[in-house]
Design a protein around this ligand. Structure first.
Ligand code: ADP
Ligand code: MG
Length: 254
């Protein structure tokens, strides 16, 4: 028996069937007890291997996406933002917009859930094995400017264009220089009708003139971003503040 186990384990190792290796013994005891057929036992083992690999692939995708936090759409409390069209957002979570290369834009003041929503769509995309990257506008622009300095902008833009979904968070938190606006325009043009993006900003479109120094570039960027986009204005109050207020209230009554 020991020899058989040795052989089995060697095969499982060489085929890199880690989950099966870890579970085959305990499963075989269970199988014997429950009088499973050979096929049922094999199915059980394979299921375990497939599940472990799916988890691994998803985790890898999530790590590569570099989300600031991982929260699913299911944890978004729509009742707190009654102006948001819940049904439409749930429909969008089927991710058709990735295929049609459309953009989602979330606009609103701090704390209303823009990043949470952006992350949760990114997460859904990871689950469907898409290549996703989450980046703040500031980091993105720094990265692009570094590439300009190194004479490697084309390659850099290509690498951004290969993603199925690019999430750009917090556009407008830091002012954009003329040079940055130009490379940002190149990026947006490159992804235009070729790849989906999610953008969040605390500025309404009418104020984008304040984000970008040159109104011509600003409107060229806006034009391409908005042409095929679903736009959501979140006007509600801050969720962060809500928690703070609740805690303060609890302290008061205590
Ligand atoms: P911002 O709009 O500034 O990007 P976030 O999306 O980061 O805000 O939200 C701030 C925090 O509040 C996060 O932890 C987020 O998960 C939570 N949050 C915001 N809105 C909601 C909501 N409607 N339901 C559940 N959590 C929310
Ligand atoms: Mg945010």
């Amino acid at each position: 028996m020991a020899e058989l186990h040795g052989q089995l384990e060697e095969h499982l190792r060489s085929l890199k069937l880690k989950a099966m290796l870890a579970t085959y013994r305990s499963f075989s005891e269970r199988a014997a007890k429950s009088k499973l057929s050979y096929e049922e036992y094999l199915a059980l083992l394979l299921e375990e291997e497939v599940r472990a690999r799916t988890d691994q692939t998803l985790q890898k995708k999530i790590n590569q996406a570099k989300f600031p936090y991982v929260k699913p759409l299911e944890s978004f409390d729509f009742s707190f933002q009654p102006d948001l069209p819940e049904k439409e957002l749930l429909r969008l979570s089927s991710l058709e917009f990735l295929e049609t290369k459309e953009n989602l834009i979330f606009l609103g003041p701090p704390g209303v859930g823009k990043t949470h929503l952006a992350v949760s769509f990114g997460l859904k995309a990871c689950m469907l094995k898409h290549r996703v990257l989450f980046v703040t506008a500031r980091d993105l622009l720094d990265d692009l400017m570094l590439a300009v300095k190194q004479g490697a902008l084309t390659g850099k833009l290509m690498s951004y264009s290969r993603l199925s979904l690019l999430v750009i968070d917090e556009l407008g938190y830091v002012p954009v220089t003329k040079e940055q606006a130009n490379v940002f325009f190149q990026l947006v043009s490159m992804r235009y009708e070729k790849g989906a993006m999610i953008l969040t900003s605390n500025y309404g479109f009418e104020d984008w003139g304040q984000i970008f120094p040159d109104p011509v570039v600003a409107s060229a960027i806006l034009d391409r971003l908005v042409h095929h986009a679903k736009i959501f204005f979140i006007r509600g109050s801050s969720y962060r503040l809500k928690d703070k207020l609740k805690k303060a209230e609890r302290r008061k009554t205590a």
